[in-house]
Ligand binder design. Structure first.
Ligand code: ARG
Length: 561
């Protein structure tokens, strides 16, 4: 039941207004002493030819709404106080009957979105920055799917480009086969770095590399076989990480997938008269839009990153007919996406406006809190392992007898990292702080997981609510908690509108806080059966919402911790 709808239609009826006018005017007052909803009468003063205060006074005297306990005029406002017991009962019933789908309004039905995320570069380490794209993207993918969209997760692997010419050259000269078997990405990265050092001394190495890439683009056997090996070795490593995070992709169409689809892009751009020559290269000029040109083909004929992105966008539109095409990529690539989208628009593709770059900030590790394997790049594997170890320490201290400790520690540790990434708006930089992120009582993943486990233990001890016909009492805490649970759908819509998983993480923290206030103020086991029943149902509804919301972030809940 939507109280906003009920109240606004009563107001419309009473004032003889057209349907749908009042809905948008209803407000939620900043403090609950001012009611649960408020209706400001300013806007109607003209139409009704009356002073706002007079309208408010009149309305409050006349309105009788079954679900509303009290209607009060305060200056130009009419304040509505809901019947708390009815309200709590109503929300709890709805949650318990809808279960895991509670919070979804199904507005995405029939629409398809592409969520591209993670997209690491093969033969290069997967680092903490890639993790940002991975957790934001995976969460958006889950949120869209929850809301009914057909969400297609795409990993646009960096598996094509001139760097593979360099790698192939370096492989021929310096690879250590044993090291390659032990840690493929590390070895490939080593020889790649070595290539740059050596090429600085002897630029002719670059010519060799260029030729190798040309051969690769032409489909020559030697280069193709090596490239395939690099790709497979890398994917195997990346998949280990995705498995730990519970992430799957519907498509791994990366840059190489478009290697035979780029001529068409060049043709289209040239047909539309968009291509210009610029010192041997072919470009699309964007001066008019205050941007540097999009480079389509280099002087040596090699295509580049942007060309592959243009081909990918075309392919996605033709294959998936997307409603939105979302790129979860760091803010430093903003200009690149602006250029790509503008180029598509100039080529006459109206759907260019449905392409969205979802950027995110940097990841910082102050001090030396990480025991990294080497140098200053922090590898994801190390990060996940360290989180699990640290979570285990915390659990050992708080609950040494816990069964399945390792499994719980993994879920808590990884959950803590994911939550740290998703807790603030994505464009903000992240500063890692182990102590803070693993704490059970800050605004953290473990805090929410702990709250969930506590709620589950209440249910284990007392059983689930025997019937929903409890006497729904209306303490402030129960009412506040129920109101927060009721606003889950709003959090989901807002997260979608803003492409912002943090809306969900902030929301679930609020649920946990409201639940803990309720838990501390409203006894359960010592109450009469009626009260006990209604409170148990509220506890159960809370666990449903927390579990769903955490799931949208990609975080598992645990029964005990
Ligand atoms: N592989 C790139 C990188 O690691 C990210 C790819 C972003 N996606 C795209 N469609 N350009 O920087």
């Amino acid at each position: 039941m939507d109280y906003k709808v009920i109240i606004s239609s009563k107001i419309e009826e009473e004032l003889g207004l057209e349907k749908g006018i009042v809905m948008g005017l209803l407000e939620v007052p900043p403090r609950s002493e001012m009611g649960d909803y408020a209706f400001p009468c300013f806007q109607l003063a003209k139409t009704l030819r009356k002073a706002p205060n007079a309208i408010a006074a009149e309305l409050s005297a006349k309105l009788i709404i079954q679900e509303v306990e009290k209607v009060e005029a305060l200056g130009p406002y009419v304040n509505f106080f809901l019947k708390k017991g009815t309200y709590v009962e109503d929300i709890v019933r709805q949650i318990i009957s809808e279960k895991a789908s509670y919070g979804s309004q199904g507005t995405g039905e029939g629409k398809r979105v592409i969520v591209e995320f993670s997209s690491p570069n093969i033969a290069k380490p997967f680092h903490v920055g890639h993790l940002f794209s991975t957790v934001v993207g995976s969460s958006l993918d889950r949120i869209f799917a929850f809301e009914g969209y057909d969400s297609v997760s795409v990993n646009h692997l960096g598996d094509w480009g001139t760097q593979f010419g360099k790698l192939i050259a370096a492989y021929g000269w310096w690879v250590d086969k044993e090291a390659l078997i032990k840690d493929p990405i590390e070895e490939l990265n080593r020889i790649y770095v070595k290539f740059h050092v050596e090429a600085d001394k002897d630029p002719s190495l670059d010519d060799v590399a260029r030729q190798h890439f040309k051969n690769l683009e032409d489909g020559k056997e030697y280069e193709t076989a090596l490239w395939k090996e690099f790709r497979e070795l890398s994917l195997k490593e990346f998949r280990k990480i995705y498995d730990q995070l519970g992430i799957e992709f519907k498509s791994y169409a990366g840059e190489s997938f478009y290697s035979d689809k780029m001529d068409r892009v060049v043709d289209i751009l040239s047909e539309k008269g968009l291509l210009s020559q610029s010192s041997g290269a072919q470009v699309v000029l964007l001066d008019e839009y205050n941007m540097p040109p999009t480079i389509i083909k280099k002087a040596d004929g090699a295509t580049i990153y942007a060309t592959r992105d243009l081909a990918a966008a075309l392919y996605r539109k033709e294959t998936y007919d997307f409603h939105k095409n979302i790129y979860v990529v760091g803010i430093p690539q903003s200009l690149h996406f602006k250029q790509v989208f503008k180029t598509l628009e100039l080529a006459g593709f109206e759907w260019a406006r449905d392409c969205v770059h979802v950027g995110f900030g940097l990841v910082k590790f102050p001090g030396k809190q990480m025991s990294t394997r080497k140098g200053d790049i922090i590898l994801l594997e190390d990060l996940l392992r360290e989180a699990t170890e640290k979570a285990l320490e915390v659990i050992d201290e708080k609950n040494p007898g816990l069964p399945d400790k390792e499994d719980v520690a993994r879920k808590v540790g990884i959950g803590a990292i994911i939550f740290t990434y998703l807790k603030n708006s994505r464009e903000k930089d992240i500063i890692f702080d182990w102590e803070e992120m693993l704490s059970f009582d800050g605004e953290t993943g473990p805090y929410v997981q702990y709250t969930y486990a506590r709620a589950r233990s209440i249910i284990r001890k007392n059983g689930t609510s025997k019937s929903l016909e409890g006497k729904y009492v209306s303490t402030k805490e129960e009412f506040e908690l129920a109101k927060t649970l009721a606003s889950f759908k709003d959090a989901v819509s807002m997260a979608i509108d803003k492409y912002e998983p943090s809306v969900i993480s902030r929301y679930v923290i609020q649920v946990a806080k409201d639940f803990n206030k309720f838990y501390n103020n409203c006894p359960i086991s010592t109450e009469s059966d009626e009260v006990k029943n209604s409170r148990l149902a509220l506890v159960e509804a809370t666990t449903i919402v927390i579990r769903t919301a955490m799931g949208l972030l990609g975080i598992d809940t645990v029964e005990r911790m």
